[in-house]
Ligand binder design. Structure first.
Ligand code: SAH
Length: 465
């Protein structure tokens, strides 16, 4: 298995400083699965190439096998010859400082985008060249891929999933290494070790600053975490939070301070919760889910009503969920009560079987936190996949803002709001969504109504037809 990294940034031999490996010397390292060698096939001021050669020991690998599969499988496989999660481990161990962007001798260079080309001699691509491009091109790489036949002597056998790949881009070395670290095992779609919670941390650390915005982040997380659904979900929820640009916890918290103050004067919060609970009750729902439950205000109201036999709260903010847990005194509830309620960490951006099949869903003061592309995703997640019989949704009525003395004209009630809709805008959106997914919708004002501007909160109650 061979990975080469080349640069033409002069003096190119400075690549040795970034990698902490002297171009004049060949070096070898013992790893748990074999040996890694670093050599420089070329090292001039104009162009320098470092080669990482992995010598994966199939016998050492076979020793770790549990004896599953065909008898010779542990010995006869592609692992020693292809780029896989072994390469990621080797990058972390042999080029650890470069991966984290540190350089004692050339700190500025480590921070500087330089022309780089990575070549991987054999990269298994489950998903073919198309996926290879979908993964690297959005990151700005020029991708050249050469596909290998299954057996060159027998072209009729067709193509293999193995490619020789070249990736070129002007970027920081640490970025290139982080992209390879994450995406090589994703393309290979296999991992040589058990994947647990700490893999989520690794993914988020090496994916920082790029994965959250990557169009294939779902596939990346799923494959990287070896299709372990709960880990994938947790990673995606945290990525969503990162991408939202604001710390989700901070956003949820800030709401308390600003928005609540303004609203408290008219007791709007209480009225809203009362109205939502009433609509849920009227629907006859027994099992309800509160999406974007925040600190659990609605959950507390629902818990007091025995009609609701099963209550689920979901939020993307871990901190809010912790606060909710405390406020609801979940730990000290009598067992009968405790059984009725659960809190889960998740995101409204991804379909999630845990929130499917409920009688009703509440989405209270959440949609205005979602920007347009996320709102589109959310519509499907809620109305197509979760598909509760009833959805009770609230959002601010922008028209009412003018009656708020403390609110500067044109301002939103909260700085994390992506929009605030007039009654006509909410109605238009809600009716289109209802129509698209086979629901009907009616609208109700919540809070003191102004004859012209309506009520401060607008509520839509959707019923599945
Ligand atoms: N429903 C609560 C909280 C409203 S504030 C109440 O009325 O008090 C908006 C909440 O939506 C925050 O808790 C925020 O963390 C959550 N949220 C924002 N984006 C989300 C997403 N993509 N998935 C799940 N929750 C989200």
């Amino acid at each position: 298995m061979l990975l080469t990294i080349s640069t033409t940034h002069e003096p190119a031999t400075d690549l040795g400083y970034l990698l902490y490996k002297n171009p004049a010397r060949a070096q070898s390292f013992d790893l748990s699965f074999g040996r890694a060698h670093v050599v420089y096939p070329e090292a001039t001021a104009a162009r320098c190439t470092a080669a990482l050669l992995l010598d994966v020991d199939p016998v050492a690998l076979a020793r770790g096998e549990k004896g599953a599969g065909a008898p010779l499988e542990p010995y006869v496989n592609d692992r020693p010859y292809v780029a896989s999660s072994f390469l990621s481990v080797a990058i972390a161990q042999v080029f650890g400082s470069a991966l984290s962007g540190r350089s004692k001798e050339r700190p500025e260079l480590a921070e500087t985008p330089i022309p780089l080309e990575a070549r991987i001699s054999v990269l298994p691509c489950r998903g073919g060249e198309e996926l290879l491009r979908r993964l690297f091109e959005p990151l700005g790489y020029e991708v050249v891929a050469e596909r290998h036949a299954l057996d060159p002597a027998f072209p009729e056998w067709g193509e293999s999933r193995y490619f020789t790949v070249s990736l070129s881009r002007t970027t920081r070395l640490s970025e290139l290494l982080r992209h390879l670290y994450v995406l090589v095992p994703v393309l290979d779609d296999a991992k040589h070790y058990y994947v647990g919670e700490d893999e989520v941390e690794k993914l988020l650390r090496q994916g920082e600053d790029w994965l959250a915005r990557h169009p294939e982040r779902e596939l990346v997380a799923r494959r990287y975490l070896r299709h372990r659904t709960s880990l994938t979900r947790s990673a995606l929820a945290r990525l969503t939070a990162e991408e939202e640009g604001t710390d989700p916890d901070a956003a949820a918290e800030a709401r308390d301070a600003e928005e609540q103050q303004a609203e408290e004067r008219i007791g709007l919060n209480e009225q809203r919760l009362g109205a939502v609970a009433a609509a849920l009750r009227a629907s006859g729902a027994k099992r309800v889910v509160d999406l974007g439950c925040g600190e659990g205000r609605l959950l507390r109201v629902l818990l007091q009503d025995r009609e609701f036999q099963e209550i689920l709260g979901m939020d993307v903010s871990v901190r809010s969920l912790e606060i909710a847990r405390g406020r609801l005194r979940l730990e000290t509830l009598p067992p009968k009560q405790k059984e009725r309620i659960r809190l889960i960490h998740g995101s409204l951006m991804y379909r999630d079987p845990r929130v499917a099949g409920y009688d009703a869903a509440a989405v209270v003061e959440v949609i205005e936190h979602l920007d347009a592309p996320r709102l589109r995703a959310f519509e499907r997640v809620l109305f197509e996949f979760a598909r509760p019989a009833t959805v009770v949704m609230t959002t601010p009525n922008r028209e009412y803002n003018e009656t708020w003395e403390s609110l500067p004209a044109g301002a939103f009630r909260h700085k994390d709001h992506r929009f605030e809709w007039t009654r006509a805008e909410f109605r238009q959106w809600a009716e289109a969504v209802a129509e698209r997914f086979g629901y009907s919708v009616r609208f109700l004002p919540v809070g003191p109504e102004d004859p012209e501007r309506g009520a401060p909160t607008q509520m839509g109650v959707f019923s599945r037809e």
